[in-house]
Design a protein. Structure first.
Length: 310
């Protein structure tokens, strides 16, 4: 059980970079980007091909990050310059990346077994802890710069930020590009940890990323950019721990093939619970007010009756 939880923690940190990327588009930019399912595989494929051809694993991971930046930039350009709906832009790029990824990899699956990678000499858990903490801090620092604030303002109120002379097209492209860069880096790390890159490994990543963000916000909230970024990381870890527990719970009779079903159920619960909690809170407040008004009315009636008798 302990080894299973340790493995889940490692996976949570590996996918935390992807969760941070999804957080940028869906929460900061309010941009429904489905490029994620393709750019995750792009990062894995680029890293795998470069590593198997003798490139340093760290340089290969950096190249994967660059490939993700490029994919995100194209999605941003389709939306801002091509005037294509944001959701459709992501779908088109995701479809295009399937063929591009096959071109990059040359075949559906590239093995990284018996090949040196970033985890060869360092255990994934401490290494990914350092990487995730460092990238989270850099991301938070970036979003406190003038450019980062412009990106945040674009998602909050693009009309207002345009009135101040900012180019919202540029900030949107930058945000989507940075998001997919982190997603691709996550894909590169996952490929090196698992020992292979597969053409289908990115399918459903956007749902997992959203689940991580939603779970994290339900636990920690999103009062400021630091807490929101940390929440995305925590959500990724909690999601993996919940999945590991669900798969090991014999009374649930679940199999590995049920992973997508588990993911969907986790997202549904994470979405419904906050709404239900708010509804219960509103109803409780309404009941208390009704009781207070009833007590006040009864007290007033008693006062009138007492005054009438005197």
């Amino acid at each position: 059980m302990l080894s299973s939880m340790t493995g889940a923690l490692e996976l949570g940190l590996l996918y935390a970079l992807m969760a941070l990327g999804v957080y940028i588009t869906y929460r900061i930019l309010d941009f429904p980007d489905l490029t994620v399912d393709g750019s995750f595989t792009t990062g894995a494929g680029v890293a795998a091909i470069l590593i198997t051809n003798g490139t340093s694993p760290w340089l290969a991971s950096l190249a994967a990050f660059g490939a993700g930046l490029a994919a995100g930039a194209i999605t941003g350009l389709l939306h801002t310059k091509g005037k294509i709906n944001g959701l459709l832009s992501g779908i088109l790029m995701m479809i295009a990346l399937y063929s591009i990824n096959l071109r990059i990899m040359g075949k559906p699956n590239v093995s990284l077994i018996n090949v040196d990678n970033v985890f060869t000499s360092i255990d994934p858990l401490p290494l990914m802890t350092i990487v995730v903490v460092l990238i989270t801090l850099l991301l938070v620092l970036f979003f406190h710069t003038d450019l980062g604030l412009a990106v945040r303002a674009t998602g909050d109120n693009s009309r207002m930020i345009r009135s101040f002379g900012a180019n919202t097209d540029h900030t949107t492209i930058l945000g989507v590009s940075l998001s997919n860069g982190l997603v691709a880096l996550s894909g590169a790390m996952v490929a090196q940890q698992s020992g292979f890159a597969d053409i289908s490994m990115g399918i459903g990543m956007i749902v997992i990323g959203l689940a991580s963000v939603i779970i994290g916000e339900a636990i920690l909230g999103s009062r400021n950019i630091l807490i929101a970024a940390v929440a995305a990381v925590v959500g990724s870890i909690v999601y993996r721990l919940v999945v590991a527990f669900a798969l090991r719970a014999e009374w649930l009779h679940l199999k590995t093939s049920d992973l997508k079903l588990i993911t969907a159920l986790i997202v549904i619960v994470a979405l419904v619970l906050p709404t239900a909690r708010r509804s219960w809170k509103v109803r409780g407040t309404a009941r208390r007010r009704t009781a207070e008004l009833g007590a006040s009315a009864a007290q007033s009636a008693n006062s009138i009756q007492t005054g009438g008798k005197s």
